[in-house]
Structures are given as C-alpha cells and as structure tokens.
Write a protein of this length. Structure first.
Length: 187
C-alpha cells in the first residue's frame, strides 16, 4: 500500500464568496457549501444560521479542540511516509495497487458540495471513504456527511466501475462501526 498526499489542485478554482453566507462559495454561478455542515445540521440547524449568516461565533468546546488535535496528529503521522501526488496520478495508480490518502479534498460543483475526506482507501476493486468520529454511533447526520463525501468523490472520478463504500470509524482506532455500499438508493 502506498500513502499518497494528494495535492489540492481544486482550490485554485475561480469562485466568488456568497454575499450573505460565510463559507458558501459561488462556483459556476451555483452555491457550494462545506459537506461538514451536514453533520452540524444534525444536532443544531440554528447554529449554522447563527455562525454563517449572522456571524455569531463561540469558543470551541473541549471536544472540538481534542477532535482538531486528533485529526492533526493523524495527518502529521501520515505525512511522514506519504508521497505527494495529483489526484489523477493517485487514482490511476489505484487501479493497480492499494492507495491510502488522508484529508483529501473533494468538490462537486453540480451538487454544490465540497470538503476534506478523513481517509480514502483506493484499491483495484473498491474505494472506501472513511469519516472519523469521536464516538461509535452512526447518527443520520454523520451518515449523510459520509454519503456526501462519496457523492462528491463519485462525481470527480466519472465512469469507474469500482464499488464505493461509505464508512464511519471511531477516531483514533481501527473500529469501523458503520458502513454501506454507496449506491443510487442512498445517493
């Protein structure tokens, strides 16, 4: 298995900032929002309005600080052995051998979503999209979040016959506590 640090060449896309909503970008005349909002929406829709429309900010909770620290530690450890690669090169190589990437940026301008996938495992047979969570319970909002990552990834790769698996993993462990094949039904 090769670790690939996929270079975020999509961030150079032309976009405008939405005039009313912080973090919403206008790309090709369509609104585009962070996929992570789907998780936030699950526990407090009003917080999205307060933070991104009204500009109300709050101090990060202890859990948020720990989560950010945990993600950073995993990414730094990954970077120790990862080789820089473009998305196209890593994707092509994955048709022959297993590739692992972390914090991979995905964007879907048609469906208006973008975000960073915690971990992507690409093998010649399947692609596994993993989102790390602090607990081990699959809430509808966390399921929707990882499904959105799958949708954006699927739309980036075009016609590829490999199975895409959506998975939730308990952060800092190998415990995959929820997974499903990403298909038309849950798309």
């Amino acid at each position: 298995m090769e670790n690939k640090l996929i270079i975020d060449e999509f961030n150079i896309m032309d976009f405008e900032l939405h005039e009313n909503y912080k973090m919403v970008r206008i790309i090709n005349e369509k609104a585009n929002f962070p996929i992570s909002w789907l998780n936030t929406q699950g526990y407090c829709e009003y917080s999205l309005y307060l933070e991104y429309c009204q500009g109300v900010s709050t101090a990060p909770t202890r859990e948020m600080v720990e989560g950010t620290r945990g993600h950073s530690m995993l990414e730094e450890k990954f970077k120790e052995t990862a080789q820089p690669s473009t998305f196209e090169d890593a994707f092509e190589l994955s048709k022959e051998e297993e590739i692992l990437s972390r914090e991979m940026f995905v964007i879907d301008t048609e469906d208006g979503i973008r975000g960073f996938i915690d971990e992507v495992r690409m093998t010649p047979d399947k692609i596994i999209i993993i989102d790390d969570k602090p607990g081990n319970r699959a809430y509808p909002s966390t399921i929707n979040q990882v499904r959105a990552y799958c949708l954006a990834f699927k739309n980036m790769i075009g016609n590829d016959n490999r199975t895409i698996i959506a998975a939730l993993r308990q952060r800092g462990t190998d415990n995959i506590f929820w997974s499903e094949e990403f298909n038309e039904s849950n798309e």
